[in-house]
Design a protein around this ligand. Structure first.
Ligand code: COA
Length: 287
């Protein structure tokens, strides 16, 4: 790992445990509502961790044998995961000049896009509410584990605004009809419905159960090639954005397949299978 230190933060914390980064929102007295400072810090940590990802570096370790990152776990300290964008911030932005108002939205856009396009496998651990921007955060993650007390909402409509900046990510997670319905209803979705409509992947009974579930999914992802994880996101985005012919799409998937087979990681994965040995990215039992 590059030896520079992570950005200094006060409303978001970062710990590194081998190839796992743990990012926690630490503004529990405001239920982790995202003000300018928190958003800026989160953007900085997402960028710092993305630059040190194994998938993006196409390497497992740096020159000092420090592991590059493969998973990011996002948590919210306290009773609630995240009460969304700070309502004071949004009201003030609305009263500012159009340029300042726009800059404020651009900051939010950088945050959600940074999480959505993060080269690591991202996991959200959710308890309590995930409202507005909080629902946006979980929509950007690859795997969401939650406790039964969750309440997720695209609550913006209740404030007379819209889930626009988070929209593309929620839409991609839930699909058109459910996104549209929830943007209009703006009501809270409980655990059972969240699981059914695909807002979350897994429900656990307790906070301890949350850590066990996170460990299990991390262990699973650690046996997948890190570049396969990173490029699966590029592949999906290609499908999401496809505007050309079906034939061109099929050609694009052929190019993608050839590229992966010929890659360093592809060669290692295919050879290790044939040689009946674990691939180099699979942690040994002791690690
Ligand atoms: N922005 C700014 N401050 C917020 C906030 C937000 N999104 N959500 C909560 N807070 C603040 C409250 O103003 C309050 O501050 P105070 O102690 O200085 O009065 C504190 O957090 C506690 O909130 P409170 O409403 O008193 O607690 P509660 O237990 O009754 O309700 C919530 C908790 C999260 C359900 C409720 O605060 C809520 O609905 N918040 C709005 C969330 C929202 O709509 N977000 C989407 C924005 S697009």
């Amino acid at each position: 790992m590059k030896m520079d230190n992570p950005p200094t933060t006060s409303m978001v914390s970062l710990t590194i445990d081998g190839s796992q980064a743990n990012i926690t929102l630490t503004r529990p007295d405001k239920f982790n509502a995202m003000n300018v400072e928190l958003i800026q810090e989160l953007i900085a940590l997402l960028q710092w961790t993305a630059e040190r990802s194994a998938g993006a570096m196409d390497a497992l370790h740096d020159e000092n044998n420090q592991p590059y990152l493969r998973t990011v776990v996002l948590r919210g300290e306290g009773k609630h995961f995240c009460a969304g964008a700070d309502i004071n911030m949004m009201r003030d932005a609305g009263a500012n000049t159009p340029e300042e108002n726009r800059a404020d939205s651009e900051r939010l856009d950088r945050l959600f896009n940074g999480l959505w396009s993060h080269p690591c496998f991202t996991i959200a651990a959710v308890q309590g509410v995930a409202l507005g921007g909080g629902a946006g955060l979980i929509s950007c993650c690859d795997y969401v584990v939650a406790t039964p007390n969750i309440r997720i909402a695209l609550s913006e409509g209740k404030l007379g605004i819209l889930p626009a900046v988070i929209g593309p990510y929620v839409y991609r997670r839930l699909g058109s009809a459910t996104f549209r319905r929830l943007a209009m209803q703006a009501g809270r979705v409980g655990a059972e419905e969240a699981l059914r409509i695909g807002f979350i992947e897994e429900l656990v009974d307790t906070k301890e159960g949350m850590e066990t579930a996170i460990e299990a999914i991390v262990n699973e992802v650690m046996t997948t090639g890190p570049s396969a994880v990173t490029l699966a996101k590029e592949l999906t985005l290609g499908f999401d954005r496809w505007t050309q012919s079906d034939e061109a799409l099929r050609n694009w998937t052929l190019d993608f397949t050839s590229r992966m087979r010929g890659s360093k990681e592809g060669q290692e994965g295919l050879s290790s299978f044939l040689e009946k040995r674990p691939p180099e990215w699979k942690p040994s039992k002791e690690e």
